[in-house]
Design a protein around this ligand. Sequence first.
Ligand SMILES: CCCCCCCC/C=C/CC(=O)SCCNC(=O)CCNC(=O)[C@H](O)C(C)(C)COP(=O)(O)OP(=O)(O)OC[C@H]1O[C@@H](n2cnc3c(N)ncnc32)[C@H](O)[C@@H]1OP(=O)(O)O
Length: 296
Amino acid sequence: MALVARVRALLLPGSRLRGATLGRAANGGGAGARRALSHRVLVEADPAAGVAVVKFRNPPVNSLSLEMLTELGICLEKLENDKTVRGIVLTADRPGIFSAGLDLTEMCGRNPAHYAEFWKAVQELWLRLYQSNMALGAAINGTCPAGGCLLSLTCDYRILADNPKYTIGLNETQLGIFAPFWFKDTMVNTIGHRATERALQLGLLFTPAEALQVGLVDQVVPEDQVQSTALSVMSQWLAIPDHARQLTKTMMRKATVDQLLKHREADIQNFVSFISRDSIQKVLQVYLQKLRKKNH
Ligand SMILES: CCCCCCCC/C=C/CC(=O)SCCNC(=O)CCNC(=O)[C@H](O)C(C)(C)COP(=O)(O)OP(=O)(O)OC[C@H]1O[C@@H](n2cnc3c(N)ncnc32)[C@H](O)[C@@H]1OP(=O)(O)O
């Protein structure tokens, strides 16, 4: 289903998103902080600063389900069309888990049409973020594996909380799956080829100190300063004239974006056939069961 159709489905009577994500700001858009509520994404915008803080609120682990991907896509589109917003900081509504990555239940026990729809939504969100004209920062206030790490890598900079419990990385191989080429390219563009090859083959999840050392994040700060640091770094990015910053960003990212645009359909087909394999379904189910067993 295309984004428009998914949005329509979410806006059907009874949907908790209806009249929320697309609603105007609570205080009518005047100066100062304002909040636009949706079910899974919370926006706190400061038009005077030209910045919006976008908070993930998809309990228990901020996983990127189809609905979460759709709501986030709508939210970002709305902010892109808002002339008062020049920069976005992505963070989790509650500290602890930035995002547990792609929702494994979207990749287990479903049919090929569902896998294709889900993967298309993952591609769409990546394309929207990676090509965004806005300055993007990640205030990583929790653990950040796989798809969560990918989200942060689409940003222009990353600030990570100094908590050894929080790890970040593309750990797909540890699950028995692998990061597709555009996940890999996004990481290569951040930390280089050799460090990416090692990180991806081993499915490394880096501690804050390690992530800083390898260049996966730009700063590690005390947990209670993650958002304020991300906002203060944002002011440096917004001090540059938008057109100059945007042209530079496009120039740096174009080749990577073009690769996915060129191979988008094939990438969906590859994902569907890979994820539908019995052996892959089995490893994902075992992994999910292990996660669930902890709690029961
Ligand atoms: C051609 C291309 C082919 C490419 C093929 C594949 C490409 C696909 C790429 C995938 C990228 C991904 O993002 S896969 C997801 C990877 N994520 C993880 O490995 C993280 C898994 N989760 C955890 O490690 C932990 O949950 C946590 C550290 C994030 C949090 O720990 P905590 O103890 O606080 O919480 P629980 O573990 O008890 O979890 C609570 C609850 O949430 C469920 N859960 C956790 N993660 C996910 C998830 N990613 N998707 C769906 N559900 C998840 C967990 O099972 C618990 O459920 P119950 O409440 O039912 O027990």
